[in-house]
Design a protein around this ligand. Structure first.
Ligand SMILES: Nc1ncnc2c1ncn2[C@@H]1O[C@H](COP(=O)(O)OP(=O)(O)O)[C@@H](O)[C@H]1O
Ligand SMILES: [Mg+2]
Length: 387
């Protein structure tokens, strides 16, 4: 307990946030300095590092996520294996900035989602005990389960941290993340914490990644800077078929995942249109356009009918797909569309930073879910503390 009390009394804490999303493209690791807590939180990013996940481990994780291929042995083994990889990521980031592990006060770890049953149960792997043992640092992990136990979806969790960091009295801000899935958080100008709303917009990079990986026989895992997409043009027949996807016009709150926009769906589309002689680059261009327009269509239907948006700030790996970003900007003419980099922050680090903040909130005993967003019955302190 002494250790925790000492930690609480520190003005500034060194915290590492760890996150691995649905893309399974590596463990995002952000070393930050956090001052204060709650509405007084101030964060400074010191270093971001993406710890690679081997193709073998990625395949094992995908297997563990699959109802037909998973096994209890695999899930049990991966829980420790992923914990070890998360710990490695922490050791590596300390080495990269030339500090000792003992200088880090706290780790906030999201883990790797293996399965999610909305408002019923959710399972993230990456054993916190392993991370604590290997690093000697206090760990807060496994955030989502507490919100689910309180009747919520256990997602999204980032909007709470976005309210702390981005709220603005004069501007309505939409924070669009483009990871495997796309999701948006809306912070109306001058709003209270309970007026924040958020929902998934549909695919982020998931379909683009699946199609590029398939076409290149696994040589490329994503469309680097959107170059492949930029060589093609829109195929209207394919676009019309994609736009019929029921998720796009579904009313929020709504969440989606691999089940709807993953490998199976993407490969079916690819095969069908390759068979009708549509070129690979036209398919990639059209799927990229679908990703952009599904985001914008959600804005038109579920945000702009209620109120204006002054600023869209994009984050996540999709920020680096130039074709995708150009398409979004064209569709949202009249709205200021920026990336995290445009405002001096980091697109790739944002989610990992969020889990560092959620961990800081947990040790301060601050409720860190947004019941309005997750549909939980009440505010709760998420995160299991291990020290
Ligand atoms: N240089 C790049 N050019 C194009 N796309 C990129 C680039 N870097 C990352 N991405 C995309 O971002 C994805 C990872 O985004 P991320 O925000 O980490 O998603 P997740 O939270 O699902 O892990 C990659 O799979 C890829 O599609
Ligand atoms: Mg990622």
């Amino acid at each position: 307990m002494d250790r925790l009390i000492k930690l609480l009394n520190k003005d500034k804490k060194m915290v590492v946030g760890l996150m691995s999303g649905t893309s399974i493209d590596g463990i995002d690791c952000a070393l930050v300095e956090i001052e204060g807590s709650g509405l007084n939180t101030k964060v400074n990013l010191l270093k971001f590092y993406n710890h690679p996940i081997s193709l073998e481990l990625k395949r094992d994780i995908l297997k563990a996520c699959s109802i037909t291929q998973s096994s209890v042995e695999l899930i049990c083994r991966l829980n420790f294996k992923i914990g070890e990889e998360f710990a490695e990521a922490v050791l590596k980031i300390c080495e990269l900035v030339g500090i000792n592990c003992n200088d880090v006060d706290l780790i906030g770890s999201h883990g790797q989602t293996i399965y999610h049953i909305p408002q019923n149960s959710t399972l993230q792997m990456g054993e916190a005990s392993v991370i604590a043992e290997k690093t000697g640092i206090a760990v807060v992990a496994d955030f989502r389960v507490r919100d689910v136990a309180a009747g919520g979806h256990g997602a999204p969790l980032v909007p709470y941290t976005e309210y702390l960091l981005y709220r603005n009295s004069y501007k309505t801000i939409a924070l669009q993340n483009i990871g495997g899935i796309g999701n948006v958080t809306v912070i109306p100008k001058g709003c209270g914490i309970n007026e924040v709303y958020a929902f998934d917009t549909g695919p982020g990079n998931m379909m683009i990644d699946a199609i590029v990986e398939k076409i290149t026989n696994g040589k490329m895992r994503f469309d680097e800077e959107g170059k492949l997409a930029s060589k093609g043009k829109i195929n209207t027949k394919l676009l019309s078929e994609l736009m019929l996807h029921p998720f796009i016009i579904k009313n929020p709150p709504k969440t989606t995942g691999r089940e709807e926009f993953g490998l199976e769906y993407s490969e079916k589309i690819l095969e069908k249109y390759l068979n009708s002689n549509v070129s690979e680059s036209d398919i990639i261009n059209t799927v990229t356009y679908f990703t952009a327009t599904s985001i914008c269509e959600n804005y038109r239907k579920f945000i702009l009918l209620k109120h204006d948006i002054d600023e869209v700030i994009i984050s996540g790996g999709g920020t680096y797909n130039k074709t995708l970003i150009r398409m979004i900007k064209e569709e949202l003419k009249g709205i200021n569309v920026l990336t995290q980099e445009d405002i001096g922050l980091s697109s790739e680090a944002k989610e990992a930073v969020a889990f560092a903040i959620l961990a800081n909130e947990a040790i301060h005993g601050n409720a860190n879910n947004l019941p309005n967003v997750t549909e939980a019955n009440k505010s709760v302190v998420m995160g299991k503390i291990m020290y």
